[in-house]
Ligand binder design. Sequence first.
Ligand code: 0RA
Length: 641
Amino acid sequence: MAKKSQKVGSYAAKDIQVLEGLEAVRKRPGMYVGGTDIKALHHLVYEVVDNSIDEALAGASTKIDITIHPDSSVTVEDDGRGIPVDQHPQQKIPALEVVMTVLHAGAKFGGAGYKVAGGLHGVGVSAVNALSEWCEVEVKRAGKVHFQRYEKGAPIAPVKVIGKAPKGETGTKTTFAFDRTIFKGDLDYRFDSLVQRFREMAFVTRAINIHFVDERDGREMTFYFEGGIIAFVSYLNRNRDVLHPIVYVDSEVNGTGIEVALQYTNAFSESVYSFANTINTVDGGTHQTGLRAAITRTINDYARKHKFLKDGDPNFSGDDTREGLTAIVSIKHRDPQFESQTKVKLMNAEVQTQVQQVLGDGLSVFLDENPRAAKAIIQKCLTSARARDAARKARDLVIRKSALESLTLPGKLADCSERDPNKCELYIVEGDSAGGSAKQGRDRHFQAILPLRGKILNTERARLDKILSNNEVRALISALGTSIGDNFNLEGLRYGRVIIMTDADVDGSHIRTLLLTFFFRYMHELIEQGHLYVAQPPLYQLRYKKKVEYAYSEVDRERIIKSFKADADKIKIQRYKGLGEMNPDQLWDTTMDPATRTLLLVMIEDMAAADRTFDMLMGVKVPPRRRFIQTHAREVRNLDV
Ligand code: 0RA
C-alpha cells in the first residue's frame, strides 16, 4: 500500500507517488516477481489468476478463463463480483484504478466475505501492470461495463463506462502484454508449465472451472475437480498400486480451513505436497510439519495398541511411516506468512498444531473403522523400517569402506588436478570406449571423467540398500563426495558441475533417464542448487572442402548445408552413432570445451510433476509408460530409433 497520502491533497502529487511505486517495480522486478526470466514471466499470469482464485475462495466466482493470444498478451477473466469501481475515499479515484496502480492495494478491500486474500505472491496485480507494455481491465458491475487502459503501469485515461453489462452479470477481465524491454531475450510462455499450475489450482479449489486456451497453437485444457484434493491424490496415484481408499479430513479451526487427503501405495518413495491459499509451498512449512507429526504419532499409537509393535520394539521413524505415502495438505489462511518472497515455506506457527490435531483425529478414526486398511498400512511401515535398517547398514559400510579406500575415489575415476570444487567438472560417461575418448580429450586440469559400465540400476524400483550394493552407483556417490539420501550433504560436493554425457541414441537416453531418476530421488538438492547438467554432443559432422562443422539438431544440419552453398552430393555428412566414434579432439571441440559447448542445466520446475513423470517412466506399471512414450515420442528429437 502506498503511504497514506491524505496530506498530499493534489491529484498530481498523488499521481507522482503512485508512479514512483510502479517505477520501483520496473527498476527492480526481482524484488516483486523474482526476476526477469521465464519463471518470473509465468509469475505474472499466476498473480492475476490468484486474484480470481481469491474470488472463488470467497464463494463469489465459479469460472476462470485464461487465454494466451497470438501476440502473447494474456487475458484472465472471472465471473466474480468485479473489482469495485466507486471512488476510493482517500485516493479520490475509482477503487479499480487504485487496485491497478498502487502496490499491494488489493488486500485493502478485504471486507466481509473476502475471507482469504492474496496468494503468496501478494504483490498485487499492480506489479503485473507495472511490468506490462500495456494492460486493459474491464469490470462488469452494477449493470455497467467499466474500462481502463494502462501503459507501463500508468493509466492513459480515467476509468470510463463503455457499455451495459448483461442482466445480473458481474466479473473482471484483465488483459496484459508483458514488457519486452524488461523480460528480455526470446521469452515466451510455456503452455506445459502453466497447465501444471492451473491443474494444481483447480485441485485445491474444489469445483472451480479453469479453462485455458493457447491461441498461439490452439491447445486448450479445462480443469474441474468436484472432489478437490481427493481427486488430486487419486491423480497422483493413478499409476500406482494403492493399499486402501483415500483418507480425507476437512475442518475449520479458528477461521483457518484445513484439508488433508492421503493414501498409501506400494511405492517406495514419498509424495507429499502442501498448499497454502492454493499456492504450492514447495519448501513445506508448518502445515507440512503438522501433517508429518500427525501421521507418525497416530500410526505408532495404533501399532502399539494393536500389538504390531511389541514391548521393546522401537517406534516407527517418520520416514518409516511415509514410504509409499501420497498426501496433500491444503490450508486456507486469512493471513499467511511466508518465509520470503521467493522461498515458498509457510511460517504461521499455530497451523502446525491445528493440522496435527485435525489429521490426528481423522486418521485415528479411519484406522479404527478400517482394520484391513490399518493392517496394510502398518505392514508397509514394518517392511519399510526393516529395509531402512538394512540400508543404514549398507550405507555405513559404503561410508566406512570409502573412508578406508584412500578418501573414497573409485578406481575408474580419472580425477582432475584442481582442488577448488567450484572450478571442477565431473563428466559421467557411459561405456569404456567413450570414457577413453573423454579421458584423452578433456582438460585434466579441471575436468574429471567417471565412466559407467552398462546400465546403472533402476533406482525407482529398488530400495536404498539394494541401490547401495550396486557398484556403478557406489562409484558415483564416492566420486561426488556428498553421500546420499538423508545423509546427503552438498558441502561435500567435489565438482561444481556434474555433467551427464551419453550417446544420442535410445540406450543413451535410457541411461540418462536412469541417472536423472537417481539424482532426483536421492540427491535432488544437487539439481535444485543448479549443479546438474546434460552434455549436448553433436549428431552430425558436415564437411565441405576444408570446412568442418557440427550439427546438434536436424534444423542445424539443414542450416549448415545451406551455408556451404555447395552441391548436396559434394558435402560429406557423418552421423555420430555414439560418443565413442568421435576422436578425443573432436569430443573436446564439440562437447567439452567450455568455450564452444552447450550444456543443458537440469531443473525441477514442479516437484509433483517430476515425481509423477519419473514414477511413470521408471515405476512398475507398463501401460502408462507406453502411453507416455506414444504421446511424447514426437517431441523427442535427438533420438536414434
Ligand atoms: C475487492 C473487493 C471485492 C472484489 C474484488 C476486490 C475483486 C478483485 C479481483 C481481481 C480479479 N478478479 C477480482 N474480482 C473481485 C468485493 C467487492 C464486493 O463486495 O462486491
